[in-house]
Design a protein around this ligand. Structure first.
Ligand code: ATP
Ligand code: MG
Ligand code: FE
Length: 338
């Protein structure tokens, strides 16, 4: 039967219903972005409390949109980690209680597996084996996906994640929170090439990333500049170029190293227009296919959790009826789905 998916790992409450036969039946998202804006970042305790306030109404709303009653559900999936412990516990407690009351199975989903499988919510979904570029607020990883659940880390960030680099750079240029999307839209108004920022770690072999040095380069360029609006846009544009080109170089390298024919891109930075265009272009040049989630499923959402949970529940996997979360959780430790 249909699976209810619940996402509460950070600052968005996401709920969805996914059915392995009929696909995505309904989804809803509540973002806490305004709540945290005045602090310039996510405040964990406020996040937990807001999930408590919003989760049950959102579940009711999503079930109504799907035309389902709770008794129609066949399973419940919730984000069990990684993420903020208090926020995770809200989703886990609700999911576990619902499953217990309905006597249906529940499964804790790895948030990054959710991101990684999100392109499978679209038509013509990617089939493993493939390489995945996961670029989000907390992660920048290249992963070889042999099968669902069989993940091998090819590259990781040594410092800031790609999304974190967008957010911090936006902040130091005085852009409003959340910075990533604001910086990307400002960049749209400028031509590239006024500034030249480095493409970190592309001058040596390997698939790891490092983005924190770029931040410093931007800070110096911005402080030494005339501080005009046009300059701010030009800096944003060239910073974005540097990140996008660095990611594209590493993706091409990963594709060549593994011989994979499919590249899956997911996570919040996957919503970046220029990144999508650059990777699609790289795929055309090197004869690999690229797969992206729709824009709204790049950032956190309940649909990706419902999908990942439905796949695992269908394979007979589920967890004991305990409310357990994993603020830190290694993606490579997940069981394979066979
Ligand atoms: P994680 O998934 O690693 O736990 P998260 O859940 O906070 O982190 P996501 O929701 O996947 O991250 O993505 C949010 C990140 O994506 C933020 O850092 C945000 O700045 C970035 N982001 C969103 N849209 C864009 C865009 N158009 N261009 C660049 N970055 C973007
Ligand atoms: Mg978020
Ligand atoms: Fe996320």
């Amino acid at each position: 039967g249909p699976v209810l998916g619940i996402e509460t790992s950070c600052d968005e409450t996401g709920v969805a219903v996914y059915d392995r036969q009929r696909g995505l039946l309904a989804h809803a998202l509540y973002s806490q972005v305004e709540l945290h804006a005045e602090y310039g970042g996510v405040v964990p305790e406020l996040a937990s409390r807001d999930h408590v306030r919003k989760l049950l109404p959102l579940i009711r709303q999503t079930l109504a949109e799907a035309g389902l009653a709770v008794k129609d559900l066949g399973g419940v999936a919730y984000t069990a980690g990684p993420g903020l412990v208090g926020a995770l516990l809200v989703g886990a407690a609700a999911a576990r209680s619902l499953a217990w009351g309905l006597e249906i199975p529940a499964i804790g989903v790895h948030h990054m597996e959710g991101h990684l499988l999100a392109p499978m919510l679209e038509d013509d979904p990617p089939e493993p084996p493939f390489v995945a570029l996961l670029v989000s607020g907390g992660h920048s990883m290249l992963i070889e996906v042999e099968a669902i659940g069989r993940y091998r880390l090819l590259g990781d960030t040594l410092d800031d994640a790609a999304g974190e680099a967008f957010d911090k750079t936006a902040k130091l240029m005085g852009l409003p929170y959340p910075g990533g999307p604001a910086l990307a839209s400002l960049a749209e108004t400028a031509e590239p090439g006024r500034f030249r920022f480095s493409r970190p770690m592309t001058d040596r072999p390997g698939l790891d990333f490092s983005f924190s040095g770029l931040k410093t380069q931007v800070l110096l360029a911005w402080q030494r500049s005339d501080g005009s609006e046009a300059t701010r846009a030009a800096v944003a544009r060239d910073f974005e170029e540097a990140i996008v080109e660095t990611l594209a170089i590493k993706c091409r390298r990963a594709m060549a190293a593994t011989g994979a024919r499919r590249l899956v891109v997911a996570g919040g930075v996957g919503a970046n227009r220029r990144l999508r265009a650059a990777l699609a272009g790289a795929g055309n040049a090197d004869a690999f296919r690229t797969y992206f989630p729709r824009l709204e499923f790049c950032t956190d959402n309940g649909a990706m959790i419902a999908l990942a949970g439905a796949i695992r529940l269908e394979a007979g996997q589920h967890d004991d009826p305990q409310i357990k979360v994993f603020p830190r959780w290694d993606l490579e430790s997940l069981p394979a789905v066979i």
